[in-house]
Design a protein around this ligand. Structure first.
Ligand code: AMP
Length: 279
């Protein structure tokens, strides 16, 4: 595995690796969810490129940028284990030699849900994604459904700007008890971790209601009352939306829906989602 810390080293490594190219972008503190993206990339392309970069632009002033875990050695071990050819771990001055003047405007999907609680978050995400796409020039890229709104925005950017990259979704990897894997789970105490199970539990209750034939309104009601009863979980949002546009579903609608939630458990903010089929 080639480890590159500068754009120049990355360009040289890419030159030495001919063939189709898959890109997996991460912020590190890698876990088995990231590993699923790497496995999918390893299978699909000749060359697997992974980036590890905690992008300051996507953190708000009161968020966890400084506290975000950065276990570089463990990350390199996992990247190597998953057959990564090129690991790109840029420094801030490589990514942002100066304050960027030209900015990506992520549009209306970035103003709701995650974007409403985290203003500027998706503009920062798309800025770095666009930059890394330009540095790596991948044929395909893998994003987790865990960050469903991010996935929708990356797809929209690729389509609207004719970027010609195949954006492939990877299902959410969960622990056996249902908790969606996340680098931020490391912030949770043992008690908080068990309280956090209420989030995936509520989504699952909603999905079971949908499977049993409940309407959109009933599905949402089921999930919301499940989480309202949970100790230690402060809900930010729990919505039933169109998985592509993120518009809230009308009461009697049928077809695919996405139950999406964000909640604080102690001082940790967690997100999760689950697809439902409304009949
Ligand atoms: P992050 O390092 O949190 O920025 O995530 C990097 C990529 O891994 C994103 O595409 C995430 O959606 C994806 N990812 C994170 N957690 C999971 C998970 N539990 N299952 C699947 N993909 C995930």
């Amino acid at each position: 595995m080639r480890v590159c810390r500068t754009r120049h080293e990355l360009a040289a490594a890419l030159d030495e690796h001919p063939g189709t190219r898959a890109l997996v972008m991460t912020m590190g503190a890698l876990h088995d969810g990231h590993a699923q993206l790497l496995k999918a990339g390893r299978e699909a392309a000749d060359v697997l490129v992974a980036s590890v970069y905690v992008n300051p632009l996507q953190f708000g002033p009161n968020e966890d940028f400084d506290a975000y875990p950065r276990p570089v050695d463990a990350d390199l071990t996992l990247l190597e284990r998953e057959g990564t050819d090129i690991a790109f771990l840029p420094t801030d001055d490589q990514m942002y030699p100066r304050e960027p003047l030209v900015r990506i405007d992520p549009g209306p999907i970035a103003t709701i849900l995650e974007g409403k609680t985290r203003p500027g978050h998706f503009a920062g995400v798309l800025q770095v994604v666009h930059k890394v796409f330009n540095l790596v020039r991948p044929d395909m890229t893998f994003f987790g459904q865990k960050d469903a709104q991010q996935l929708a925005l990356v797809r929209t950017m690729v389509e609207d700007l004719n970027m010609g990259i195949d954006v492939r979704p990877v299902p959410i990897k969960r622990d056996d008890d249902g908790l969606a894997l996340s680098s931020r789970n490391s912030y949770l105490s043992a008690d908080e971790r068990s309280q956090a199970l209420a989030i995936s539990g509520a989504l699952r209750a909603g999905r079971e209601a949908a499977d049993a034939g409940a309407t959109a309104t009933e599905v949402l009601g089921t999930a919301r009352s499940a989480i309202a009863e949970a100790d230690g979980v402060v809900l930010d949002y729990l919505v039933l939306v169109n998985p592509d546009t993120f518009e809230e579903l009308a009461p009697g609608v049928t077809g695919r829906g996405l139950l999406a939630a964000a909640a604080w458990v102690g001082t940790t903010r967690l997100i999760d989602n689950m697809e439902v089929e409304l009949r």
